[in-house]
Design a protein. Sequence first.
Length: 184
Amino acid sequence: MRLVHKTALPAATRSGPRPRVALAIGIGVLTALLLTGALSVDLLPRVYDLKEGDVAPLAIKAPRNYTYVSQIRTRQARDAAAAQVPPVIELNRDVITQQTRGLADLIQAINLVRGDTTRPNPNDRQQAVAQLVSPPLSDATAHQLAFLDDYHWSTVANEAQRVLQDVMKDRIPDSNVDEVRNEG
């Protein structure tokens, strides 16, 4: 006696493995065709489809803020700022002191020549005054300095010191020295 399992189908109703494989292959091909069709069709418009040099039709914002420092623009801005700054003129206190001391020494030397009683000849006194500076003073200037009365001479000496102080307080750039000399 044979025992038959009740869940087993009778041999006549069983199908072979071929129809199942064919069904699986058919479903796979159909799925592949549907996926290929769906992925090859643009369902959404591509807003960001840009190429280099194109102008974007809409404003595109980056997801993060980025900072770019342009070396060329930085150099241009520095050059423009430097061009607006006036030249820096350094005041040399040693030169001012030297010039002031030199004028005071010259005035003292002229006072000595004017008060020298060992030179009775007026031309000797005039020559001595002319030779106190290099290049020598003109004859007319030396004559005036040698023969001014004491009041006028002290006025000239004081004014010379005042004028020197006024000139020394003005800052003249090296590029304008010749122009200032020609004005005076």
